[in-house]
Design a protein around this ligand. Structure first.
Ligand SMILES: *Cc1c(COP(=O)(O)O)cnc(C)c1O
Length: 396
């Protein structure tokens, strides 16, 4: 059968593969072929999972905890997460029934979108956005409405913009702070203003807080669901263990919402994926039950990330033609390369080819003219990559 004879569904025909994973796999393939690639494409911490978490998982495996678990998650893990979200994040009324443990933060996002979006519903996605949001909305039959942040606004939308983008068909707005790809963070006042607009319009908010612990320069994270009882009912908080604990391969996400939404999410999950890996959940439980060890692991990682952030930031801004904002969260910088007059896609393709530097072009994030660099990579790669970038830009 030829390619033309294969008939795909509307869903499959309309979905684009993840461009961030594409760059990363091309760079990895070049590395595997023996090439000296400086990779800034990674969307994952370059640390190992903390030992005490691995030990708890190994123990669960040894004890035979290898069977199905309840679809919405291990009861002990859901309870521990409920406690974290009520005490640490300050969300009112969170119970175990408000919490779902899913096979990855990415799946939590998709479940959140599926739970409240019907065909034709609009979902507002501020740009620059994480690559998967628009595709997920489309897979749910919804219509992604991209709302670009204004120039010079630190990659953040303001309440007037949000208000103007809301129509009778709007169902939800997606907020991701700290942000992938920009590292931007909404402060409390900015976040409250957005939540107020959303609540007034009666729309849901999906708050993707996967980077909630990766903060620098003393900034603080605010969970929009914590602002009021009403907010707790309307905000679906998604997160997971991947970024905080270097557990990307474990596939463990979380979702906190009004119990009725959580119940619907649990039903969707029970019919599509069933439970997240049982022994992985036992490992994650250790992270919540041993907060001191967790904090120490996170602090150790943050110290290294912060040093690299500054090295990369200063190095980028020292290159003529590149300007980069001082991002205060996650592990990404998002410099502008607009002054060179080439598309980010071309820039990324050429620098990988000519200088063996892997960056992710901004087009996939709804931000042409920018590129995403991850500093979840070694100091050595950062130094070497900056030198190559400088040479490349000098010849443009
Ligand atoms: C990494 C990431 C996730 C989820 O990652 P998982 O590995 O699926 O847990 C969700 N949102 C954003 C913005 C991310 O960068």
């Amino acid at each position: 059968m030829s390619e033309n004879d294969i008939q795909l569904s509307t869903w499959a025909a309309n979905i684009a593969p993840s461009p961030t994973l594409a760059v990363d796999s091309k760079a990895k393939a070049m590395k595997a072929a023996g090439e000296d690639v400086c990779g800034f494409g990674a969307g994952e911490p370059d640390f190992d999972t903390p030992e005490f978490i691995k030990a708890a998982c190994a123990k669960a495996l040894a004890e035979g905890k290898t069977k199905y678990a309840p679809a919405p998650g291990l009861p002990a893990l859901r309870s521990a997460l409920a406690e974290k979200y009520s005490k640490e994040n300050g969300i009112d009324g969170v119970q175990a029934a408000s919490v779902i443990v899913s096979p990855g933060g990415k799946y939590s996002c998709y479940l959140a979108i599926l739970a409240v979006t019907s065909p034709g519903d609009e979902v507002i996605i501020p740009a620059p956005y994480w690559v998967s949001y628009p595709e997920m909305v489309k897979l749910a039959g919804g219509v992604p409405v991209v709302l670009p942040a204004e120039d010079g606004a630190g990659f953040k939308i303001n309440p007037e913009q949000l208000k103007a983008a809301i129509t009778p068909k709007t169902r939800m707005v997606i907020i991701n702070s700290p942000s992938n790809p920009t590292g931007a963070i909404y402060n409390r006042q900015e976040m409250e203003a957005l939540v107020e607009v959303a609540l007034e319009a009666g729309i849901y908010i999906m708050s993707d807080e996967i980077y909630e612990y990766l903060l620098y320069d003393g900034v603080e994270h605010h969970s929009p669901a914590s602002f009021s009882k009403e907010a707790a009912d309307k905000v679906i908080t998604v997160a997971g263990f991947s970024k905080t604990f270097s557990m990307t391969g474990w596939r463990l996400g979380t979702l906190v919402a009004h119990p009725s939404i959580a119940k619907a999410v649990g039903s969707i999950q029970s019919q599509t994926s069933s439970n997240a890996t049982t022994f992985a959940q036992w490992g994650a439980l250790a992270a919540l039950e041993q907060p001191d060890q967790s904090r120490a692991a996170i602090d150790g990682m943050l110290e290294v990330f912060d040093r690299r952030r500054i090295t990369l930031l200063d190095g980028l801004n020292a290159i003529e033609g590149i300007t980069c904002e001082r991002a205060q969260g996650a592990f990404y910088l998002f410099p502008s390369i607009a002054s060179y007059g080439v598309s980010a896609n071309d820039f990324a393709a050429r620098i990988l080819e000519e200088q063996k530097v892997a960056v992710v072009p901004g087009e996939g994030f709804g931000a042409p003219g920018y590129m995403r660099l991850s500093y979840a990579t070694s100091d050595d790669v950062i130094e070497k990559g900056l030198a190559r970038l400088k040479e490349f830009c000098g010849n443009l």
